[in-house]
Ligand binder design. Structure first.
Ligand code: PFF
Length: 452
């Protein structure tokens, strides 16, 4: 198998790659929308607590498993606990990564398609009705969404085929700073529109009356999905971290930066939406219907629209990279498949099954009438992965730490063999992972499957 395993070249490369996984489509519509919906600043405070008590402990645990073993999730768990069923936590991670990619690649395809249309100037002077009709047509297809899904997979698997340093590292190091710059440009334009203040108020109002139990559980689930936890992506990336990386610090920096990107995205979207008196709660449609509409009506709008969909494409691509890397590392390390072939094979598998998701998004879609218990393929892939497998995966990781790893062993790894001072961070991690995180993750799971 792989005698010489690649690693990222520096701490900065580790940071951008990991941030690239966390920053995704979730930042651009899901996070700001949920913050506005559930009480603004109050929800944000709860979200930050969830990041601290669930997100970071699970992320650090995945970092431990990956860097300690330098293997894909299945190989890593087999190495830490040979001959036991714990390796299936890794197997479940690989399975969840596939499930997420089946529908994530479809949405990423829409984003690429919108970028293409924006570049062509198709949205100039578009009306509300036309924007809605356009989105409906894109979703139903059937040919164009499948074609764009294919293009996304070709792009992502080609980057993956180049390897860890020449592929993932080079792309994320270039694209993540660019994404920041593009968001700031969109923010500047949005915040200088007349009536933009209402959008800022929507995002940052502090309304504790909206903070229901459901809001708290939503914040927990969001923290988990936002930081790409529970399906072995962080385990896989950490297996490429440098030996001297400060795992605690990397996790904290990624969590803070990811939250910042989400808030900056909110500051580009909501002031614009409010300035035009539109509905802020439109979910995914917000991105695809409202943004072209409003940007088409302001000076330099089409340029900004291209910038906006370009940054959304970057977010989708870098998140997909981390997902495709999971089965690619697994196939090449566990079965000796050549990395390039593994990347191509995975793109093919994701495409063949992902078509089912793409063609079942809407009732009017080609496979829209195939439903089971009220859900089509797209919804099942989404529901099973996000609501069931990710929280269960995260829970398994923390239970594993609780049962198998001693205080001394964890301290040794997190301090890089005693080279780093850990301070109170380690005590915080130890108590969260043993007592707080498992309980909270159990609650998320029960909520997601409808028991709570
Ligand atoms: N964190 C990504 C987002 O917020 O859009 C979603 C995601 C990417 C989840 C990668 C899981 C993953 F492995």
């Amino acid at each position: 198998m792989n005698g010489q395993r690649e690693t990222f070249s520096s701490g900065l490369a580790v940071f951008f790659a990991t941030l690239g996984s966390a920053v995704g489509l979730g930042n651009i519509w899901k996070f700001p929308y949920l913050v506005g919906e559930y009480g603004g600043g109050a929800f944000l405070a709860v979200y930050l607590l969830c990041v601290a008590f669930i997100g970071l402990p699970v992320m650090w645990t995945e970092f431990y498993v990956g860097r300690k073993t330098r293997k894909n999730p299945v190989g890593a768990m087999s190495m830490l606990s040979p001959g036991t069923p714990w390796k299936h936590v890794g197997t479940m991670g690989v399975a969840s990564a596939y499930l997420i990619m089946f529908f994530y690649s479809c949405v990423a395809g829409w984003v690429y398609y919108y970028l293409f249309k924006a570049i062509q100037g198709d949205f100039v002077g578009i009306t509300m009705e036309a924007a809605k009709a356009e989105f409906g047509a894109v979703v139903v297809g059937p040919l164009s969404p499948v074609l764009w899904q294919f293009i996304v997979l070709v792009v992502v698997s080609s980057i993956i085929a180049f390897g860890v340093q020449k592929g993932i590292e080079r792309m994320t190091k270039t694209l993540m700073p660019l994404l920041f710059v593009l968001i700031l440009i969109c923010d500047f334009r949005a915040l200088t529109l007349p009536g933009a203040g209402a959008g800022v108020d929507f995002l940052f109002q502090v309304d504790f009356s909206k903070l229901s139990g459901a809001a708290i559980l939503t914040a927990m689930g969001l923290a988990f999905f936002k930081l790409s936890l529970g399906m072995g992506t962080m385990t896989t990336y950490a297996s490429y971290f440098t030996a001297d990386n400060n795992l605690f610090r990397t996790g904290a920096k990624v969590a803070v930066s990811d939250t910042m990107v989400s808030l900056l995205a909110g500051l580009a979207v909501f002031p614009t939406v409010f300035s035009f008196g539109l509905e802020p709660g439109a979910g995914p449609g917000l991105l695809f219907m409202t943004i072209p509409l409003v940007f088409s009506q302001i000076p330099f709008g089409n340029l900004l629209l291209v910038a906006f969909f370009f940054l959304a494409s970057i977010a989708a691509t870098t998140a997909m990279l981390s997902l495709v890397e999971v089965p690619t590392a697994w196939m090449s390390e566990e079965y000796g498949v050549d990395r390039k072939k593994a990347a191509a094979l995975n793109a093919l598998i994701i495409f063949c099954i992902g078509i089912l998701a793409t063609l079942s998004v809407d009732k009017a879609s080609f496979l829209g009438s195939y439903t089971w218990l009220g859900r089509g393929f797209f919804d099942w892939f989404d529901y099973l992965s996000s609501n069931v497998m990710l929280p269960v995966g995260g829970l398994c990781f923390v239970i594993f730490v609780r049962r198998h790893l001693s205080w001394e062993e964890l301290r040794r790894e997190f301090s890089n063999g005693g080279a780093l001072p850990l301070g109170g961070m380690f005590t915080f991690y130890w108590f969260s992972v043993r007592y707080v995180t498992p309980v909270l993750l159990g609650l998320i799971f029960l909520h997601s499957v409808g028991v709570l």
